[in-house]
Each structure stands twice: as C-alpha cells, then as structure tokens.
Design a protein around this ligand. Structure first.
Ligand SMILES: [Zn+2]
Length: 115
C-alpha cells in the first residue's frame, strides 16, 4: 500500500511538471481520453484490487452518482472496489461521442468532454 501511494505521488509530480497548454496546441479528443482511461482502469484492475470508493472519497476525489450509491449501499467489499463507471452507459457514450450526454457530476467520463 505504501509503495502504491509513493507511485501515485511520483506520477502526480510528473504530471504537474508537464505543461499542457502550449499556444496553438490541440487537445486530445474526449473520445480518445475516455478510451485511454478505460484501458488504464482495466490494466489496473488486472493487477489487483482497485481502491474502494470510501478510500477514494477520503483521498479527495468526488464520486459520481453511481459510485456514491454503491459506496452507501450494503454490498460486499468486492463491489465497493469495482469500477462502477465502466458498467454504466457513461463509458459507452464517452468512448463513442465527443460531447456525450452525461450530466451527472464527478463521473470521469463526463469530465473528459470539458477539455
Ligand atoms: Zn461514473
């Protein structure tokens, strides 16, 4: 767990050091971001259990409506660590449409269309 937190911090430092707003640069399409996110989440889940939603919220990331429902529901721990956003229609819409009609806040797939 400590190794994972150190890895997260290292990647956050790396991401902070990269300038993303070069004048004239084009941004990656939202559909591409959604597909990359989906692939990364699948790869992460293949290597082990994802962080559960309560821990995610405690770490400062807001949960999307469906994650929040699962966090509060009396379900087993395995489901509380599942990638719920992968199961809802948001993933499919975000991977196919540049401006998907996803209007609930904090869903990663809804965030990609913001730029
Ligand atoms: Zn979601």
């Amino acid at each position: 767990m400590a190794e994972r937190k150190k890895k997260d911090r290292d990647f956050e430092k790396l991401a902070d050091s990269v300038k993303l707003t070069k004048p004239g640069a084009t941004r990656a399409p939202a559909r591409l971001k959604a597909r990359v996110y989906s692939a990364l989440m699948l790869a992460e889940a293949a290597h082990g259990k994802l962080r559960d939603m309560a821990e995610t919220k405690k770490a400062g990331r807001e949960l999307c409506a469906f994650e929040e429902l699962v966090r509060m529901a009396p379900v087993n721990r395995k489901l509380k660590s599942a990638n719920i956003c992968r199961l809802c229609h948001a993933r499919v819409l975000a991977e196919m449409l540049e401006k998907p009609p996803i209007y609930w806040p904090h869903c990663p797939y809804a965030e990609f269309k913001k730029g």
